[in-house]
Design a protein around this ligand. Sequence first.
Ligand SMILES: O=C([O-])CC(=O)C(=O)O
Ligand SMILES: [Mg+2]
Length: 227
Amino acid sequence: MHELGVVHTTIDRADPAAVEALSGFGVATIHEAMGRLGLMRPYIRPVYEGARLCGTAVTVLLQPGDNWMLHVAAEQVQDGDVVVAGCTTESEDGFFGELLATSLRSRGARGLVIDGGCRDVDELRAMDFPVFSRAINAKGTVKATLGSVNVPVNVANALVNPGDVVVADADGVVVVPAARAADVAEAAWKREEAEAGKRARFESGELGLDIYDMRPRLAELGLTYKD
Ligand SMILES: O=C([O-])CC(=O)C(=O)O
Ligand SMILES: [Mg+2]
């Protein structure tokens, strides 16, 4: 059950060194390193090409068609945070634009992830303020209904707790629980090392069939080659 009308002002942010380490990895690598967990639904997309972000979550629970809580959240933002907003009911209105981006940036925010709509895309691109949203929509919102800030929020099917690490790039958005950030960064590093080895073998013309030792299993299943 979502908690409404609450702002938590003290949150446990993930260790900055772990956040910095995670910022060096792509979303796909982090998702795999977590044991294939943490992904938001793929309808959340960058509003301009090349957008990417990594930071600690200030969470927001919005009401449909109402961006009031984004202004409330701005006050809670610290350097290195990402505002991560879910909505009590599906809504694709344009909750966010360049004015709010200017406000969040002035507080040190690294970007926004929102399960709702966003507008002013040209300006956001020019500012290079990364936003990941479910829609681009010029339709404006009101400031009339209470939601919450810094409560656990379901954002596009991912549970986000305040202080978790959120990483977003062209592949999607992944959430790393604050307590797991250092371990996941370590696992991501190992995974990249392993992939570097595989990449070199693929480059030299070796086949996945041999690198992954797939031939015996294919033969067992009866895969037949015919002229
Ligand atoms: O003002 C709003 O409601 C959203 C917007 O366009 C902005 O932040 O620039
Ligand atoms: Mg605007």
